[in-house]
Every structure is written in C-alpha cells, then in structure tokens.
Design a protein around this ligand. Structure first.
Ligand code: HEC
Ligand code: HEC
Length: 445
C-alpha cells in the first residue's frame, strides 16, 4: 500500500519543552518541590492494610472498621479534602507540568495508529487504549494475546526471541499480508507451551514502579526457610535486575515495559526499542515497513510513560462491619502471605510518588500456583510460577487470573493451588457467612 511521509506523534498541548530524559525509571521529573508533609487527607496506610492481627477476633475487627469508617466520615465532614481520584484520573499532588504531560500522554495512549504512522507490520492492536480501557482509559480489556516459549532442562528458558517471541502477534498490516500472505506471526513448532494473557488494568502502577527493590526482596523466601509452604521468588532480567511487571514479573521498570508495549503490541519502534521485531525470525520483506525508525518520538514516549505512571489507584471503599470481618479473614486464611496489603515507594523526585504507601495487595513475587495452571516459562519464572496479581481495583475487574479462566472472584480463589493450596482450602471450608464477608472485603478493593 502507498506509504506517506513519516508522521511523528508529538503530544499536543505541550509547548516546546526542553528534551527530557527518556526511558530511564523515574526520569523526567527534576522540578519537584520539597517533600510534601503528609496531609490529614491522605488516608493512613493502616486503614488500607488488610493485615488483621492473627490473634484478633471478629468483634475487634468490626470495631476497628467502625472507627475507620467514622474517622473517614469525620474527615469528610471537615470538607477540606478533595474527592479521591477515580479510575483513569491522575494521582493528586502532580505539578502543572506533570499534569500536562499526563494529559498529553493520555491522547497518545488512546490514539489508533495507522501503518503509515508506524503501526506493524506485526501487531496485536492499534492502540494502548484498545486493550486498556475499562472502566476508563488505563483499565483492563477484553483482548487476549498469545505468548509461547520453550522450557528447557534445569530450569532454562528459551523465550523464542530468535523466532520473534515470546509474544506472537495476531495481526499483520496489509503490506505484510500482501508480501508474505500472513495473517498473524507463526508460532514455531519447537514451542513447548503457549500462554493466553488477558489485558490487565494499570491503575496505580506508577506507585508499584516506585516501590523499592528492598521492599520486594525482604519477602522473597525461595527456600521456604520459614516452612509456611510459601516461597516467593524474584524474577530477574538477564542483566540481573529485579522484575515486577507482567504476569510473570519479567519487566523490570514501567518505562521499559511501556516502550516494549509500543513495539510488541503495536509494532511501533521508539528510542528505547529502535528496531522492528522479525517476522517469526525472518527479516521484514523490503518495502513492507518503510517508515523510518524510531516511529515514535522520545517526547511522545515520555508522555505516555507519564500518563501510565501517574494513573491513581482506585480508592478503597469504606468497609462495612461485614467487610471488616472479611479483611480479618483475608489475614487468617493466609491470603496476605502473598497478597501483601501495603508496599512502600522509596524516595522519589516526583512528589506524588515519593515515600507513599500503596495498597497493592501483592508482594510482586513469583509463586508456584500448581501444575494445572502452568503455561510458559519467562526469564527465571517456571511454567507454574506467576506474580501475585495486585488486587487494587479488583472491584472493577470482569475477568480474573492470567488467562481469564475465572469470571468471578470465588472461581479465581478456587483455582489457587500449589503454594496457595492451603489458603484456598481454608476458603473452601469456610462457612457461607465467612465466604460472603471475605468477598465483601475483596469488593471494596
Ligand atoms: C493487544 C492488547 C494490548 C495492547 C495494544 C497494549 N497492551 Fe499492555 N498489556 C496487555 C496484556 C495482555 C498484558 C499482560 C502481559 C503479561 O501478563 O505478560 C499487558 C500488560 C501491560 C503492562 C503491565 C501490567 C502488569 O500487570 O504488570 C503495562 C504497563 C502495559 N501493558 C502498558 C501498555 C502500554 C503503554 C500500551 C501501549 C503502548 C499497551 N500496554 C498496549 C495487552 C495490551
Ligand atoms: C501463594 C501465594 C498466594 C496466596 C496464598 C493467595 N494468592 Fe491470590 N493470587 C496469587 C497469584 C500468583 C495470583 C495470580 C494467578 C494467575 O494469574 O493465574 C493470584 C490471583 C488472585 C486473584 C485474581 C486477581 C485478578 O485480578 O486476576 C484473586 C481474586 C486472589 N488471588 C485472591 C486471593 C485470596 C482471597 C486468597 C486467600 C484465600 C489468595 N488469593 C491467596 C497468589 C496467592
């Protein structure tokens, strides 16, 4: 098909700002003021933390809930606190410049790209916002994609990079279709496993990006030295950095994951990933992708990073006494062994990300979830290991688990096995009232 001149996407509404650093974690934020003294509007971490004390009882949990609820009402009555951010809205406390970049990035995140703007030649969809859209831009989506890899002996993992893996794109541009007759990227026969991945929400992920490595490492217990049957492991990149993004926690930073998504999901090269992927290992036929690389500017990439990293986590709903009992059960059933209620960000130049609690309900570690749920290896993650899925924003989810195998929260818990078997069994044996209480708590997240 005819190909027009390169059209670089430049975020609208940003007057020629000086070149910002790109790609680096926490980059582009040199203008933040002094650390914000914790205001009384910030809810203390304790109100989010589902860590009911093991010795606590129902009455105590209910009392705590009443205190929390009435405390929040009291704050509300003072009338001075802004409404907490809703899904798709930015973190509070952004500077005007950060907010402008968030808004510019949102436009590019939502934009449908065309082949002459860099889309393809292989792609899974035309816009970030096609897959991350519910209940607002940056949320989850219906799209599922296919990954494949070869699990070798002694835990080795071939992610099929030489064949264009581990993500195998479902679509091709008309030019590639015409040249090779392909509708999707072929998956090589040597793949030992395929995986289905649903599109997750990204709310609060800038805070997860800013959580310190130390806060993740402190919970890793790969040899299960405390003999609780739970052995969280960190995934690592080939150069040794700790992974935390994607269902196998292979992505080390949000900036790299986003830049990778442009290339892998949409076939859009960018300053972090300046070369197109191969077509199943073979070079792109001449003339199929004439748009000069990189197809996305550093500025556009930075603003999409700012959009994603400044997306606020949905605020937790106030707990009813039933929900507060559920929060206690979340502790006593052992869910908190993996779904860590609160993680902390480290010192950060961005005030909104600086030393904040984040109600992640995840330790960001890998856990063996049992052979029945196993699919591909990825980095150090074995086929049956998955990152503890963060539960922030759970009430907005319509499908659960890495492949969407569960359509209800109960089903998702029932499908926990491996290291989570004991915890799952406690849920299975609980009385209907207790199960209801746990669900009431989970639906407040
Ligand atoms: C075709 C659908 C699709 C498109 C388009 C897409 N994503 Fe995603 N996204 C996914 C899927 C599926 C995953 C989960 C991948 C995994 O688990 O390994 C994901 C994961 C992510 C994550 C990590 C979330 C986590 O749980 O750790 C980030 C960040 C992200 N996407 C950002 C983006 C950005 C930015 C764009 C646009 C450049 C984009 N995505 C485009 C489907 C998509
Ligand atoms: C051994 C660690 C572990 C324990 C214990 C555990 N989980 Fe999980 N949980 C995980 C992992 C890992 C996933 C992601 C699995 C996947 O994607 O297939 C997950 C996923 C979930 C999900 C689906 C989230 C989503 O958006 O897809 C829910 C809900 C959930 N857990 C609730 C619970 C509850 C409730 C308990 C206690 C009864 C519990 N979990 C105990 C590790 C654990």
């Amino acid at each position: 098909m005819p190909v027009g001149p390169t059209r670089r996407v430049v975020p609208p509404g940003r007057p020629g700002s000086p070149g910002r650093p790109t790609g680096g974690n926490h980059a582009g934020a040199s203008h933040e003021g002094a650390r914000h003294a914790g205001s009384r509007c910030e809810r203390p971490a304790a109100t989010h933390a589902g860590a009911a004390s093991p010795g606590g009882d129902v009455v105590k949990a209910a009392l705590v809930a009443l205190v929390v609820v009435s405390g929040m009402e009291a704050v509300g009555m003072m009338g001075a606190c802004p409404k907490p951010p809703q899904p798709g809205e930015p973190l509070r406390d952004l500077t005007p410049q950060q907010l402008a970049s968030f808004n510019a990035g949102k436009v590019i995140f939502a934009k449908d790209f065309e082949p002459d703007e860099g889309l393809g030649p292989l792609f899974n969809s035309t816009a970030c916002g096609e897959c991350h859209e519910e209940p607002a831009l940056g949320g989850s989506g219906d799209e599922v994609e296919t990954h494949a890899a070869v699990a070798g002996p002694n835990g080795s993992c071939d992610m099929l990079a030489a064949h264009g893996g581990p993500v195998f794109q479902a679509h091709t541009t008309p030019a590639l279709k015409q040249a090779l007759g392909l509708d999707s990227e072929p998956i090589p026969a040597e793949a030992t496993a395929r995986a289905t991945r649903t599109s997750p929400d990204l709310f609060g992920f800038g805070l997860l990006d800013a959580v310190t490595d130390a806060d993740i490492l402190v919970r890793a217990d790969s040899a299960d030295r405390d003999h609780d049957g739970i052995s969280g492991r960190v995934n690592r990149t080939p150069d040794g950095r700790i992974g935390r993004f994607g269902r196998k926690a292979f992505g080390p930073t949000l900036a790299e994951f986003n830049a990778g998504a442009f290339l892998i999901e949409m076939g859009i090269t960018n300053p972090t990933n300046p070369h197109e992927e191969t077509i199943g290992g073979s070079p792109i036929p001449a003339g199929v992708d004439p748009t000069p690389d990189p197809e996305l500017s550093a500025e556009a990439l930075q603003s999409v990073f700012d959009f994603v990293r400044f997306l606020a986590p949905p605020p937790q709903l106030p707990l009813t006494p039933e929900g507060a009992h559920g929060r206690y059960l979340f502790g006593s059933m052992g869910c908190i062994s993996c779904h860590t209620p609160t993680l902390y960000t480290g010192p950060n130049k961005v005030r909104a990300l600086d030393r904040k609690p984040v109600s992640a309900y995840s330790d960001l570690l890998l856990h063996d979830m049992g052979e029945a749920r196993a699919d591909i290896c990825l980095g150090l993650a074995t086929p049956s290991e998955f990152r503890t899925e963060p539960l922030m924003g759970l009430r907005f989810a319509k499908h659960f688990l890495h492949d969407g195998a569960a359509t209800t929260i109960e089903q998702a818990i029932d499908l926990h096995a491996g290291e989570a078997q004991r915890s799952r069994d406690r849920f299975a044996k609980a009385s209907p009232k207790e199960r209801e209480a746990l669900l009431a708590f989970l639906k407040s997240l």
